[in-house]
Design a protein around this ligand. Structure first.
Ligand code: HEC
Length: 112
């Protein structure tokens, strides 16, 4: 029984490590997309960038789909959120899917 448990734990531990890897890699990729797209002209994260529109807790506030909508269709997202903040966010409809996914993943990781 002890042996069975330790094998189960080892397998579980391996699975946890494996699943944390891609999430971290995606966050790293998302940080690069955020920098390349100059989101910090209007937003700040951890005090870096435009402090008028902090994104520090956006991952706890919005779902991944809502964040995605802000990036590809911000006018729709602003209407839904009744946002009147200016300057209005521009749309990023042409980001490659992998970049968009990484950026959304990074935003979801901002929850504190
Ligand atoms: C021209 C300024 C501008 C730029 C550039 C910009 N945004 Fe925005 N963004 C806004 C405004 C204005 C809002 C609405 C904020 C509000 O109403 O609280 C917003 C909202 C958001 C939200 C929802 C925030 C919330 O608290 O609900 C996210 C997520 C977001 N932007 C991500 C991004 C990302 C990622 C980029 C870069 C790809 C970006 N923004 C570039 C102006 C900008």
């Amino acid at each position: 029984m002890y042996r069975f448990c330790s094998i189960t734990l080892t397998v579980l531990g391996g699975t946890l490590l494996l699943s944390a890897g891609p999430a971290l890699a995606q966050t790293e990729a998302g940080i690069k997309v955020y920098a390349a797209q100059k989101c910090s002209i209007c937003h700040s994260i951890a005090g870096q960038g435009n402090k008028k529109l902090p994104l520090d807790k956006v991952g706890a506030k919005l779902s991944a789909d809502q964040i995605r909508e802000w990036i590809v269709a911000p006018a729709d997202a602003a209407t839904k959120a009744k946002s009147t903040a200016k300057p209005a966010m521009k749309a990023y409809p042409n980001l490659p899917k992998a970049d968009l996914d990484a950026l959304v993943g990074y935003m979801k990781s901002l929850a504190k």
